[in-house]
Design a protein. Structure first.
Length: 472
C-alpha cells in the first residue's frame, strides 16, 4: 500500500467532500453547468462520441452492449478440424509424411503397401485431434463454471434477485461479497464500511499481489436505505472501453428533489472484472461487460503452443530430408538419367523416407499425454492442473526463475538457516548468544548485555540499524 493510500484511508466523509466538490443547482440552471462539463470533457480528450452514458439500475436506457460471457475456447464445431490440421501441417515433420502418403496414392510411384504409410500418420493426427478436443472441452467447462456464477442484482423495488454472471448487463447494480470474483467492470456505489472504503486483489489482472484501496462515491454512500438506492435517478458518463487499467475519468449525475448534483469519478472508484473483493461487501454499478471489460481487452487470442522439443525434431527432420535428397540424387547420378528419370528419383526418395521415423512422433504424443496425466494426479502437488497437454515437457527445461519479490516464491514463510556477521557465520544450532557476541565484537561493542550495547552506541550514525540487527 502506498503512503498516499495509507493516509487517505482514514479520511472521514467531511474531509472527502473536497474531492468530489458536488455542485447543487436548480434544474433550470443545469444547462450552463452541463456546458461547463462538456467543455472540460473536450479539454480532457473525451469529446462527443468518446463517452457513453450508463443509467443507474436501468438496463433499457443504458443501451445494448456485449453479453457478459467469458470464452477462452480456441475452436468451435466448424473450425475444429480445419484449424487443428492446419496447425499440425505447419510443422515440417507432419507435412513431410503427408506428401509421402499422397505420393503413395499414385500407382507409378507406389513402392509398398499404402497402409504402411497412411496408418502411422492417421494415428498421429487422431491422437492430436483427441487431445485438442479434450483440452477445449475443459476450457469450455471452466468458462461455463465462471459464466454460471450467481450474483445478487438489486431491482427497482429494493429487492435482490439471483442473476447468473453471463446475464449481467450494463446498468445493473450488483451486490459483491468478500473473497468473490468481480464479474464485470463496475463503479463502486456503496460499501459495508462507514467510510466507504474497501480493498481488492488485482493479482489476476496486473500480477501485483498487494491489495488496492477503493472508495465508493460519496453521494451514493450517504444514502441510508438500499431500497432508496435502487430507485434513485442517476446516471454516469464514462469513456468508451479501453485497455488502460490505470486511468479512468467519468462524471456522476444524480437528481433529487428537483435538483441535480454532479461529481467526479476516477480510478479509485472503479472495480475491474476478474479482481477479487478482499474485505467486506459492496454494491457496484456495471459499466462494461463481456469483451469490453479491461480484463478481456488485455487478453490475447488463444493460440496453439509449440514446445522446443517439437521445433528441434522438425529441424532435425529437415536436415535428414536434405541428407535423403542428396542420397537419392547421388544414386540417380550413378544409375544415369534415362527416360522418366524423375519417376525413378521419386521412388528412391520414397524408399529412403524411412530415414525419418514416423514412430517418433507417435511415441512423443503418447508420452506428452501420459506426462500431463501424471502431473494432474500427482499427490505430492495437489491441486495442480495441466491445462495444456501439448508442452508438458517444457517444465523440465526451466533453467532460471525471475521474481521481483522473495515472497512470491516463498509465500512469506521462511526459516532462519544461517546468519553471517562480518567474517563469522552461525548456524541455527549456535543460538543467539554466539550471534550477540559476534555482533558486539564486529561493531567493537562491549560483550555486556544487549541493551547496554544499544544504549552506548544509539547516538552514533546508523546505530539504529545495528540495534535492529541485534534484536533479530
Amino acid at each position: 500500500m502506498s503512503l498516499e493510500e495509507m493516509y487517505t484511508e482514514d479520511l472521514s466523509f467531511e474531509e472527502r467532500k473536497e474531492d468530489f466538490a458536488p455542485l447543487i443547482l436548480p434544474v433550470k440552471e443545469k444547462s450552463f453547468i452541463n456546458q461547463c462539463v462538456v467543455d472540460c470533457s473536450n479539454i480532457c480528450g473525451c469529446s462527443k462520441g468518446e463517452t457513453r452514458t450508463v443509467y443507474l439500475n436501468d438496463r433499457a436506457a443504458s443501451g445494448n452492449f456485449p453479453p457478459n460471457k467469458i470464452n477462452n475456447q480456441k475452436y468451435n464445431l466448424i473450425t475444429f478440424i480445419p484449424l487443428v490440421l492446419f496447425n499440425q501441417f505447419k510443422q515440417f515433420y507432419n507435412l513431410f509424411f503427408l506428401i509421402i502418403c499422397t505420393c503413395q496414392m499414385i500407382p507409378m510411384l507406389r513402392v509398398g503397401l499404402l497402409a504402411t504409410y497412411v496408418t502411422p500418420l492417421s494415428f498421429v493426427l487422431t491422437i492430436t485431434l483427441i487431445k485438442e478436443a479434450i483440452d477445449d472441452i475443459k476450457r469450455y467447462r471452466r468458462d461455463n463454471e465462471i459464466n454460471s456464477e450467481v450474483y445478487k442484482r438489486l431491482d427497482r423495488n429494493g429487492a435482490f434477485i439471483d442473476t447468473e454472471s453471463k446475464r449481467i448487463k450494463v446498468g445493473d447494480i450488483i451486490k459483491l461479497e468478500e473473497k468473490r470474483r468481480i464479474p464485470a467492470d463496475m463503479i463502486l456505489l456503496r460499501t459495508s464500511d462507514e467510510r466507504g472504503s474497501l480493498f481488492i486483489k488485482t493479482d489476476q489482472l496486473d500480477g501485483e499481489t498487494d491489495w488496492k484501496l477503493r472508495k465508493s462515491l460519496l453521494k451514493t454512500q450517504t444514502i441510508l436505505s438500499i431500497e432508496k438506492l435502487g430507485r434513485v435517478s442517476a446516471r454516469v458518463q464514462v469513456p468508451v472501453p479501453s485497455r488502460d487499467i490505470y486511468k479512468f475519468q467519468g462524471t456522476f449525475f444524480m437528481s433529487e428533489n428537483g435538483l441535480e448534483s454532479l461529481g467526479a469519478v476516477d480510478l479509485e472508484n472503479t472495480l475491474w472484472a476478474n479482481t477479487v473483493l478482499a474485505n467486506g461487501t459492496a454494491l457496484g454499478l456495471v459499466i462494461y461487460t463481456g469483451r469490453e471489460t479491461k480484463a478481456q481487452m488485455n487478453e490475447r487470442d488463444p493460440r496453439t503452443k509449440t514446445g522446443k522439443v517439437d521445433n528441434e525434431i522438425s529441424s532435425m527432420a529437415f536436415l535428414l530430408f536434405i541428407l535423403m535428397m542428396v542420397t537419392a540424387i547421388t544414386i540417380m547420378l550413378l544409375r544415369g538419367f534415362t527416360q522418366r528419370w524423375y519417376v525413378a528419383l521419386m521412388r528412391y526418395v520414397l524408399l529412403l523416407s524411412y530415414i525419418i521415423p514416423v514412430s517418433l512422433r507417435v511415441n512423443l504424443d503418447l508420452a506428452k499425454t501420459w506426462y500431463s496425466w501424471c502431473i494432474s494426479t500427482d499427490k505430492k502437488i495437489p491441486g495442480t492442473i495441466a491445462r495444456n497437454t501439448t508442452i508438458p515437457e517444457e517444465l523440465g527445461r526451466v533453467q532460471m526463475l525471475f521474481s521481483d519479490k522473495t515472497g512470491t516464491l516463498t509465500q512469506n514463510s521462511m526459516k532462519v538457516r544461517a546468519f553471517c556477521a562480518g567474517e563469522s557465520r552461525f548456524d541455527k544450532k549456535d543460538g543467539m548468544e554466539g550471534v550477540q557476541e559476534a555482533l558486539c565484537e564486529q561493531f567493537k561493542l562491549d560483550s555486556a548485555p544487549m541493551f547496554k550495547c544499544q544504549n552506548t552506541y544509539r547516538s552514533r550514525r546508523n546505530s539504529q540499524v545495528r540495534v535492529c540487527v541485534m534484536r533479530l
